[in-house]
Design a protein around this ligand. Sequence first.
Ligand SMILES: Cc1cc2nc3c(=O)[nH]c(=O)nc-3n(C[C@H](O)[C@H](O)[C@H](O)COP(=O)(O)OP(=O)(O)OC[C@H]3O[C@@H](n4cnc5c(N)ncnc54)[C@H](O)[C@@H]3O)c2cc1C
Length: 452
Amino acid sequence: MNLSNNAKIGIIGGGPAGAMAGFFLLEMAQRVDWDITVDIYEPRDFNRFGPPGCNMCAGVVSENLVQTLAAEGIDLPLQVVQRGIESYILHTSALPTVSINTPSDDLRIATVYRGAGPRESAGDSSWESFDGYLLNLAKKRGVNVINKRVDDIFFKDGLPQIHCKSSETKTYDLLIGAVGVNASILKKFTTLGFSYEKPPVKKGFVSEIYLGESVVQEYLGGSMHIFLLDIPGLKFAAIIPKVEYVTISLMGEGINKTLVEEFMNSKEVRSCLPDSLNWHFKEKEIDIGQACFCMPNLNVGPAVKPYGDRIVMIGDCAVSRLYKDGIGAAYITAKASVVTALFFGVSSDDFKKHYAPVCQRIAYDNIIGNFIFIITMLYQKFKLFSGGMVAMVIKEQSQPNLNRRMSRILWDTFTGSATYREIFIKSFHPLFIISLVSSTVSAFFFRLFKKR
Ligand SMILES: Cc1cc2nc3c(=O)[nH]c(=O)nc-3n(C[C@H](O)[C@H](O)[C@H](O)COP(=O)(O)OP(=O)(O)OC[C@H]3O[C@@H](n4cnc5c(N)ncnc54)[C@H](O)[C@@H]3O)c2cc1C
């Protein structure tokens, strides 16, 4: 079952996964001199401010990914990707904060806005939407962007069909599902008979708050703030400065409004935001004026069989990286699906052979990630461990010539700079273990003597 010259491909969803798939399809087809048609269905207008134009995420991307995309011909301009975060500050319950500098240039982190900017920024934002930029790039390559929500999908005579309200049904040679994990249409894919099951999800939390450039500088500087607090249900949280705004992002297994209030009112968070910022939920709003917030689904596991004959699911609705770099996973799955479809075929067997292993690699890495987060949780819970970790980071950061093993592991855990497997291997280095044990013992005795 192969695509041929003049093939028609329909992509549902124009977030990062869908837009990149459209871009790669045309880019690669042009190289082999094929004249294919690609339609992307996307109802959002990414030029709109606030929730209607936004795909709900913290917007942290690694320099690694920015460089990889540039090598693929996706050169993100300065209005889309803002650099400048060169360190992060780690807050743990009741311990001193530590600042961790970028281990090297290629490991810096950058930030993006998925939409045109938060609700209140209307008209005066210096940002351009990341998703809007990618979709436009695909359009420039020749993709037809259809600004409509897909209502129904079905198969007729073995070919996928897409239907939108008040328009004719279109037939395709291949259907790519890139609808993320917040779309109601996702359920429809499970009824198409190719044994697809949705990925498991948890609730996340994202808020954008206007503070003004000078206040952001005064309170957060140019650092991303990471919180490993002993709050049940919270895996980790971040506060990210974005010029005049801050983005707050919480991930974990028990994110709800009560947990968000507990986090926002914790002394660790209060210490890095202005006193005037009193966080309380009203009905559907928050009581702090200029802010928008959402509680989107977060992919926490792989989907079952994200492919069938003439259909493939990519991005969040297939598999994502656990608690980080979802955009990187969207890129990996988009590219792998396109390479399979164009160069190997579009049958279930082709996707099983050439696309499924790519998804499985991400899923296996997440198993290691889960283990790393269990260890991180133990560190959050027991002061003896977190004291040792913090002591080790302080020592590493104060001595420039020291090998910064703990700093590097922490940096990689909370940014998309490395896989969980790489982090795991680093944490078994004998010198790392020796340093950690000695820092933990010193921190223990320091606390003991301080108490006396
Ligand atoms: C709290 C939180 C914080 C996060 N922070 C980060 C981060 O800092 N960095 C990072 O890399 N990742 C982050 N992520 C993950 C990231 O958001 C996702 O991995 C990424 O958006 C996946 O891209 P996607 O294209 O697969 O799906 P999406 O971005 O969800 O895009 C799906 C698209 O499909 C469209 N769609 C839905 N239904 C239909 C329909 N019926 N018809 C047509 N179109 C439809 C939607 O409008 C949308 O544009 C975070 C996620 C959460 C929940």
